[in-house]
Design a protein around this ligand. Structure first.
Ligand SMILES: [Zn+2]
Length: 249
């Protein structure tokens, strides 16, 4: 049984969701809906899982558009020539049909939608991508395709929460340099300090004109909820990968 975590902000003009880990065919720590090839799962299992998701969500499997993520900030618009080894952490599309996928396992999968201009985006934002502005870059590319910051709705998917995202002082310093003093950005943990990626992303997106009410930024924590989600912090490379997706109906 596939279960989708969805955001009420995105609306019915779009098909979107963040699948939980159930309903696939992968086994062990990747049980069962592992959607990523890179960490060594049987490719046949991954393809089966992706096909099951497409069927469940109601889009043709062939319409799924994904890219290789590298914790970077480059954005690909569907239709632009794409080399085999292309590396993009953001995707944008301005026409019905293609379904954009962004992978994550603790990092934040993000989906973007402008319901008026009918332009969509997806992104993978770990701490580096967050600090360096991948989400901001997706919004900028959407605007190039006719979207407006005042209209864009954004949903952050299941990802590691401030409860679990312990980081070193050097990472805290990167966030302080990028965001300054934002309430809740850095919180004390039992050992080291913790960073709240959702707070950082919200600050970055509000700073470029996204309305606070258009930002859904309180998803579940992947590391806390082992029954529902994969987590790199919890399971390492033996675990599975999630994928946020969005398409225009
Ligand atoms: Zn947690």
């Amino acid at each position: 049984m596939i279960r989708l975590y969805r955001s009420a902000l995105i609306g019915d003009d779009f098909l979107h969701g963040f699948p939980e880990r159930t309903g696939g065919v992968s086994t062990g720590p990747r049980a069962s809906l592992n959607l990523g090839y890179r960490w060594g799962d049987d490719p046949a299992n991954v393809e089966t899982n992706r096909r099951r998701l497409a069927t469940f969500a109601g889009f043709p499997y062939e319409q799924l558009q994904v890219t290789r993520h590298v914790h970077g900030t480059h954005v690909w618009t569907v239709g632009e020539p794409l080399a085999d080894d292309a590396e993009f952490d953001g995707l944008v599309c301005d026409r019905p049909g293609p379904v954009l996928g962004a992978f994550a396992a603790d990092c934040v999968p993000i989906v973007f939608a402008d319901p008026v201009a009918r332009v969509i985006g997806a992104a993978h934002a770990g701490w580096r991508g967050t600090v360096n502005g991948v989400a901001r870059n997706v919004v900028a590319r959407m605007i190039e395709h006719g979207a407006s910051a005042a209209q864009i709705r954004i949903a952050l998917g299941p990802s590691i929460g401030p409860c679990c995202f312990e980081v070193g002082d050097e990472v805290v310093a990167e966030f302080r340099a990028a965001f300054g003093e934002v309430a809740g950005l850095v919180v004390p943990g039992p050992m080291k300090q913790h960073v709240d990626l959702r707070v950082a992303l919200r600050a970055q997106l509000e700073a470029i004109g996204i309305a606070p009410a258009h930002l859904d930024s309180a998803p579940p924590c992947t590391r806390c909820e082992a029954e529902r989600f994969f987590s790199y912090r919890r399971d390492g490379l033996a675990g599975g990968v999630h994928m946020g997706f969005i398409g225009i109906r």
